[in-house]
Design a binder for this molecule. Structure first.
Ligand code: PNW
Length: 486
């Protein structure tokens, strides 16, 4: 008798989506082409010292012009779906203060059609960090409740023009990372921060990340409501939110550190998801922040009853959490003023979680994938989950074509994902970041996450070993789900 190996028995469901993920500013380039206006990232990258290699996304990897070839690469990989974002500044260069730019609409119509023609499903993000600069200048974007009107206007234009073909919408990519980096550490535009982070001359507020988050949550809820009331019945798509969902482990077994790990997750993940699903901020935030936490109106609460169709989980890594409420330590950027996250900067103290990589924020901790998927499944019951990003990056010197470290990473995280699914996690898709090397925000072109290498001078794309590995993985797993029917 052969012992039945549970690993062998697992099959992905037939409608599971395998894909890759990208974003407009990181891929497109063409920064003023066809009527696009300046985005906050176009302006920000001009400020000396903000981007590690002094670069920007003016050309990026020229996906704006090269998308047909790039989509051919995706088709060849055999993925089911392509996750990408729209540039708000292409579609509404002046937000609701100006007209729709039909050249922007036509461009994305061509992209969406090209995705569909190749037999893939477009999985479309409305906002992946970049917004028209005009909204920043006029009313400080996310710090103003006015942004909700602009966001809903933009979302509606997208539903109207693209909603007949787009069945998966995401309102925001990683709003938790966005507001912490924009308003707490100052690493992202508009570079506002609070002590002790960065050299901030502006900001100085523990409140701003909370206000921006609140405005994002209200913008999300209003856009979802609009979709439900006016478009969903006819267009039959799903709409959700994508969160950065790194896992936190307590740095010791003490109760204080275990509670700190829970607080860390509350101040990172459930910060946005609890309001959208349950109409309130997590209790850990309420306890610590009290009156500093903005409040939802009665109308907001009505909208939050049905606040999303799926949760997008971007899962890369894990961190340690250490209590700073009952003991002295440096509070981290988690936004909570209270707990410190020990990441692999603390390697010298022997406190790195998982295996370090050449990237300071990325350590290999696949257990975090399994744990966060189980956590979200338990906390948000029947809401489907999509792993909307997971991937391995290396600094340019280490970024070989023979990327066995990426393959090892992906295979261990996909194993963790399967373990979670066997235990009942409602996962419906997995997208790897990314098809191609691209502009990696404040790291510029110094980090490479692609299954394909991109020569940033000639823009030539060359497959790494991981491309054929992923292709093979998909073929194998698809064949298995077919066997299920037999
Ligand atoms: C994601 N962390 O951001 C973004 O959605 C992508 O645009 C980006 O290119 C990709 O990850 C790779 O960096 C992250 O602190 C931000 O662990 C922060 C973290 C992870 C991912």
């Amino acid at each position: 008798f052969r012992a039945i190996n549970k690993e062998e028995k697992f099959h992905f469901p037939k409608d599971f989506l395998f894909g890759t993920a990208s974003s407009a500013y990181q891929y497109e380039g063409a920064y003023l082409t066809d009527g696009k206006s300046l985005s906050n990232w176009d302006v920000f990258t001009e400020i000396p010292g903000k981007i590690e290699d002094g670069s920007n996304g003016k050309v990026a990897i020229d996906h704006y012009h090269r998308y047909p070839g790039d989509l051919d690469l995706l088709k060849d990989l055999g993925v089911d779906s392509y996750r990408f974002s729209l540039s708000w500044a292409r579609i509404l260069p002046r937000g609701r203060f100006g007209d729709v730019n039909m050249e922007g609409i036509n461009h994305y119509n061509r992209v969406i059609n090209a995705v569909l023609e190749r037999g893939m499903e477009p999985f479309v993000t409305l906002t992946h960090y970049d917004i028209p600069q005009e909204l920043e200048v006029r009313y400080r974007s996310w710090l103003s409740p006015q942004i909700r009107e602009d966001f809903v206007h933009y979302a509606e234009i997208c539903f109207q023009y693209f909603g007949d073909r787009v069945k998966f919408w995401t309102t925001f990519n990683e709003p938790n990372v966005q507001v912490l980096n924009s308003y707490r550490t100052g690493e992202y535009p508009p570079s506002r921060c609070s002590k002790p982070f960065g050299n901030c001359t502006r900001g100085n507020s523990d409140i701003e990340p909370l206000v921006a988050a609140h405005n994002i949550i209200r913008s999300h809820l209003a856009a979802v409501y609009t979709y439900r009331m006016k478009y969903q019945e006819e267009q039959r798509g799903k709409i959700g939110l994508v969160m950065s969902a790194n896992w936190f482990e307590p740095v010791s077994d003490s109760l204080a550190d275990r509670l700190a790990a829970e607080r860390a997750l509350a101040f990172y993940l459930t910060w946005f998801l609890d309001p959208v699903v349950y109409g309130r901020y997590p209790k850990e935030m309420q306890e610590i922040l009290g009156e500093d936490l903005p409040e939802f109106t009665k109308d907001d609460l009505k909208l939050s009853k049905n606040g999303l169709d799926y949760i997008g989980i971007n899962q890369y890594t894990g961190r340690y959490a250490k209590d700073c409420l009952h003991s002295a330590c440096e509070p981290g950027k988690g936004g909570s003023r209270v707990e410190g996250f020990v990441n692999n900067h603390a390697l010298k103290d022997g406190l790195a979680l998982g295996e370090p990589t050449s990237i300071s924020w990325l350590n290999v901790y696949p257990q975090g994938m399994e744990k966060v998927l189980m956590y979200a499944t338990e906390r948000y019951k029947n809401i489907p989950l999509y792993v909307t990003e997971n991937g391995y990056g290396e600094n340019s010197t280490g970024a070989l074509l023979n990327d066995h470290r990426r393959i090892k990473y992906m295979s261990s995280y996909l194993d963790a994902l399967k373990r979670a699914m066997r235990k009942g996690a409602h996962v419906r898709g997995y997208f790897t970041w990314s098809l191609l090397d691209n502009f990696e925000w404040v790291y510029g072109y110094t980090l490479r996450f692609g299954l394909y290498h991109v020569d940033f001078d000639t823009l030539e794309r060359t497959p790494r070993l991981s491309a054929s590995w992923y292709k093979n993985f998909i073929v194998k797993n698809r064949a298995q789900s077919k066997d299920d029917d037999a």
